[in-house]
Every structure is written in C-alpha cells, then in structure tokens.
Design a protein around this ligand. Structure first.
Ligand SMILES: *Cc1c(COP(=O)(O)O)cnc(C)c1O
Length: 566
C-alpha cells in the first residue's frame, strides 16, 4: 500500500534483471541487490529510476580491441504495467510530462518493492524532451542535468501522485538524485504558505534525507554550471533564487554538496571509503556501511544446490553461510568444477577457444577505466610467462566495457588486446565481449581466482570480488575498498603489495606488479596445484567469512538501523 511505504530509494541506474539494460556497472548492481534484499526483508520501500529505453550499450570489439557500441533498446510497454498517474516538470520554460513503468521486485516471503521507471517518451512532449529518458549517462552536461531533474524532482512528484504520502526517508544512491532535496524543500515551503525556500524550510527537510556517496575523488562528483542549473530549475520560479548559490562550489552546482548539506545520514560504501570521504568532506559527519551482494542472485546453480544440501535456510539467513566450514571438501570442489566446466563451454561457444577445466584460471572483469588498471597483470610479460612455466600452467579470462566517452578506458582495452596477441601460443588469454550481469555471474563462479588491481584509494568498495567469494572463489587484490576488511592473508584470499589492516596508498605500478607475480608464483599456484585440500579450505573461508558478511541482507539491516528507522 503506497500510504504505508516509508522508504523511497532513488538511483539513476538499477540492475533489475539480466535482460533489462537499465544499469551500467557496480552502482546499478548495488541498487538492484539492495532492492532485492529489501524485498526479502519486508522493508516498506519503493524505488525510483529512469526507464533508459535505449539502455546502456552492447559492446562489440574488433580484432585489435577497438570498442564499438550498439544500442540495447527495450520496450517497457511489452514487459511492464504503466502507473496510473502522470506528472509534469518544467525545464527551460517547457513542461515535460512523465509517466512511470512499474517493475515489481518480489522477495522470498512475498513482500513486493515496486520500482518506478520514469519515462518522458510521450507525444505531448517536445521532441528533444522525449529522448530525455533514453540513454543512461548519455549526452552532454545539459542532457544529464535534465535527466537528474526527471529523477529527483519528477520522481518525488510521481510518488506523491501515486499516493505515497507517508514516506519518511528519501535515500539518494549517489548524487544523481540530489535534486529531490529541492522538491522536498519546495513542498515544505508551500505547506507553510511561504514564497521562498528559507534556511528554516530546508532544515525541515533534512531529517527526511539519506545520502550514500560512492566516489572517492572530487573530480568524480557530478557538477553543473549555474547557467544550466537556472535553466533546469525553471519549475521553481524564484523560490530558490536566494539559496541556489549555497549549493554551489566554485561557481558550479555540486550534487554531492547538495546531498551532503541536506541529509541527516551520510555514508561511504566501505570502512576505508568512509575514511577517505571524511578527509574529503571534513565538515560533514560521514559514516560507512560496507556494500554487499545478493546471495541468491549471485550464486550459480551448482553452488546453490551445494548450499541447499548443507546449509539450512541460507537464502533467508545469509549469516548461516558461516557453516560453509562444515561442507565436505569434495562436495565444494565438485560444485566449483561444474561451474568451471560451464564457463569453459560458454567460452568455447562464444569464441571458439578451448580452455581446460583442470588448468588454474584467473578472472578479471569490471568497467574498463584507468583506475582499475586492467593492464597491471601484463606489466612484465616475460615475468608472467616465466611463472606460467615454472609454477603454472595458468589461463586468463577478461571482460569489461568502457564508457563510450572514456577514451582512456578504450585505450586500455586495445592495450590488453595487444598483450593477448603478444602472448598467443604461449599463454591463453581470452577477452569476452559485452560484460553484463549474466556474464559476471558465470565468470565469478567459474574461475579459480578473482583478480582486482585498482589504484588505491580509488576503489570505493568493489563488489565483483564479493560475488566471487559467495561462490567460493577467493580474491587476489590490492588492499582497497572492501578488501581492506575482507582479506585475511592466506585464509580468504591474498593481498597485493600491502599488509592486512594497512591500506595501500601510492600508485606504484612496478612494485604492485612485482607483488602480484610473487603472490601467484610463490603462494597461490603452489597451493592450487600441490596442496588441493588447503586450497579448498581457502574456498570455504571465502564463503564462511566473506559470503556470510559481504551480502546485502546484512547491508540493508544496517541501513534500516542506522539511516531508515532511527
Ligand atoms: C558486479 C558488477 C560490477 C561491479 O564490479 P566491481 O568489482 O565493483 O568493479 C560491474 N559490472 C557488472 C556487470 C557487474 O555485475
């Protein structure tokens, strides 16, 4: 019932299902897992996003790694019901009419969290405006600010029109939704019969707002020139004339500061990221709630069957994954090998390359962008080949999309393709096109080791390694993001160039690569090939210590207790 719903969750992207292209990466996957776990836990939540009719893109790569992008269009009218209300926002002096498509996420106990996908593609709208909800993170600054008007302002209006009158928290998943603060302030102003949004009015809104920041560098924060802001906010007349400047930093509207200033609870997405955020935003109180992944959504069928057989009620009580310690080694190994054989088959179907299910397999997949350093593994090809011969054999799988305008990311894909060609005939490396959730699930479960090589402190959290852990696949990573908390050296996985409890800082490629090679050659490969029982024990601990904690069931509980119902 709308009137009983207490929490509104806003996110520019939400990964709702494998077949819906409404997400680009980790932020959207986190939003989807949050909603899935909120539905499981019976949290009275409604979620708001945009429909993204042309989706995020499908990736094609040519023989040398040049990425081209094809739209991944979908038609909400085929799959979803239209909500019974329309709302209007005024931008650039024109009215834009919005409708919403409703996607229900049903939890294990039957509780539903409705997701409203806002859509501007209506004949009443000017042609330019009809395309506002087509492309996730598409277009220029003006397009993106107008999308944020749709999300933040249009979203609140749609909720009100649909009867969501009892909402007590508005959760902004990253700054894209921060304009909702202005709409709530405007509502409060009207309630008080005033004509401008005073500081007192704004203070009244603060208890309603929750902000989760995901970006550990100032340059990553959304900001827009004042001129664009005035155009986009034409719907408020002069109500914000006096205060608009307060939301600005260096003459720009800064979404992060807008959200920080107006939220009663602010958090980063891992303990380390909380520390970094407190340094960046010293004048604000910033807590941390470490991300998680949805256990049922991210485990593959052979692992699910294993848990069903050995761990009672793991889906509804993720903490019980701790009892993975009691799973017989042979049973875990055989479930893992099934996942691996499926991945090997999939690679053969997609690429014609024959991998081997008995060869140690390393996996790396994430957005292709410079700070993730996908080429670190290839820093010294002769060293990599030497360890492959001495301690291996190994085979390697890669995947990842670069944002269409991320030239640095695209260049990295080409560079990795160059290394793949240089290694051909000596070491098998395969790049799988078109990384998405379905491919991520296969990869995290089917490889033997998950690799992560971010440049600290730029990985706010990272979640693909959590998905791997959930499937019993340990991680090798620099100590950044969640791995500062999740790594117990030799127990749940291994660090690169650092000591547990002491996060890495400098960007030192050569020494990071050296440490990566040493860990593979001296620790990881010998364990995998020569002490299989101890290797399986690491797999068990990945599930028991990390799967049981780095899940969205625990994470949503923390949001409930710290941010939603306090
Ligand atoms: C989980 C996931 C991500 C995020 O992975 P990171 O490790 O946080 O980079 C990105 N894209 C897809 C498709 C995913 O499934």
């Amino acid at each position: 019932m709308p009137a009983n719903t207490k929490i509104a969750y806003f996110s520019m992207e939400i990964a709702l299902a494998d077949a819906l292209p409404t997400y680009s990466g980790g932020l959207g996957v986190l939003a989807g897992d949050t909603i899935r776990s909120a539905a499981d836990g019976g949290v009275p939540m409604v979620a708001v996003s945009l429909v993204h009719r042309k989706g995020y893109f499908r990736q094609r790569l040519d023989g040398v790694g040049n990425q081209s992008e094809e739209p991944w269009a979908w038609e909400p009218e085929r799959a979803l019901a239209e909500a019974p209300q329309r709302v209007t926002v005024n931008m650039s002096g024109r009215d834009v009419v919005l409708r919403a498509w409703r996607h229900d996420v049903q939890g294990q106990g039957g509780h539903v969290v409705p997701v409203l996908l806002l859509d501007a593609d209506l004949p009443d709208n000017a042609d330019e405006d009809r395309h506002l909800t087509d492309h996730l993170y598409g277009g220029d600054d003006r397009y993106r600010l107008r999308q944020e008007v749709v999300l933040g302002i249009g979203g609140v209006r749609m909720l009100r029109a649909l009867g969501y009158a009892g909402l007590r928290r508005f959760h902004m998943n990253e700054g894209h939704a921060a304009l909702l603060v202005l709409e709530l302030g405007h509502e409060e102003m009207l309630r008080r019969g005033e004509t401008s949004v005073s500081r007192e009015v704004a203070q009244a809104v603060k208890p309603l707002c929750v902000f989760t920041t995901h970006t550990p560098v100032p340059a990553g924060h959304d900001q827009f020139p004042l001129r664009l802001m005035r155009e986009a906010l034409s719907c408020y007349g002069h109500a914000y004339d006096e205060r608009a400047i307060e939301f600005c930093l260096d003459g720009k509207l800064n979404m992060t500061y807008l959200a920080l200033d107006n939220s009663h609870y602010v958090n980063g997405v891992a303990k380390r990221h909380g520390e970094v955020s407190r340094q960046m935003f010293a004048q604000y109180k910033v807590d941390s709630i470490t991300n998680g992944v949805h256990a049922g959504f991210w485990t593959v069928p052979p692992i699910q069957a294993l848990f069903d057989a050995h761990i009672t009620a793991w889906r509804a009580d993720n903490a019980s994954l701790r009892y993975a310690l009691g799973i017989p080694r042979q049973a875990l190994w055989s479930a893992h090998q099934q996942a691996k054989e499926e991945l090997v088959r999939y690679v053969a179907d997609r690429t014609g390359v024959a991998l081997f299910a008995n060869v140690f397999t390393l996996g790396f997949a994430r957005r292709a962008t410079p700070y993730k350093r996908p080429d670190l593994l290839f820093h010294d090809l002769s060293r990599l080949l030497a360890l492959h011969r001495a301690a291996g054999p190994i085979q390697i799988l890669y995947a990842g999309k670069a944002h269409p305008r991320d030239e640095g990311g695209k260049e990295l894909i080409r560079r990795v393709f160059g290394h793949i060609a240089a290694l051909r005939g000596q070491l098998q490396v395969v790049w799988l096109e078109d990384y998405d959730m379905a491919l991520a699930r296969r990869m995290v479960a089917g490889v033997d080791l998950w690799l992560n090589t971010p440049q600290p402190p730029l990985e706010a959290s990272g979640t693909s390694g959590m998905k791997a852990a959930m499937n019993g696949v340990p991680q090798l990573s620099l100590l950044d993001g969640w791995w500062v908390e999740g790594c117990i050296d030799g127990v749940t996985g291994w660090p690169i160039n650092g000591h547990v409890g002491k996060p890495a800082m400098a960007d030192d490629r050569a020494s990071d690569a050296e440490s990566l090679y040493n860990q593979l050659e001296n620790v990881i490969l010998p364990l995998y090939y020569r002490d299989r029982d101890r290797w399986i024990d690491v797999m068990k601990h990945a599930i028991a210590l990390n799967g049981s904690f780095f899940n969205t069931e625990r994470m949503v509980d923390q949001y409930v207790r710290k941010a939603y119902f306090v």
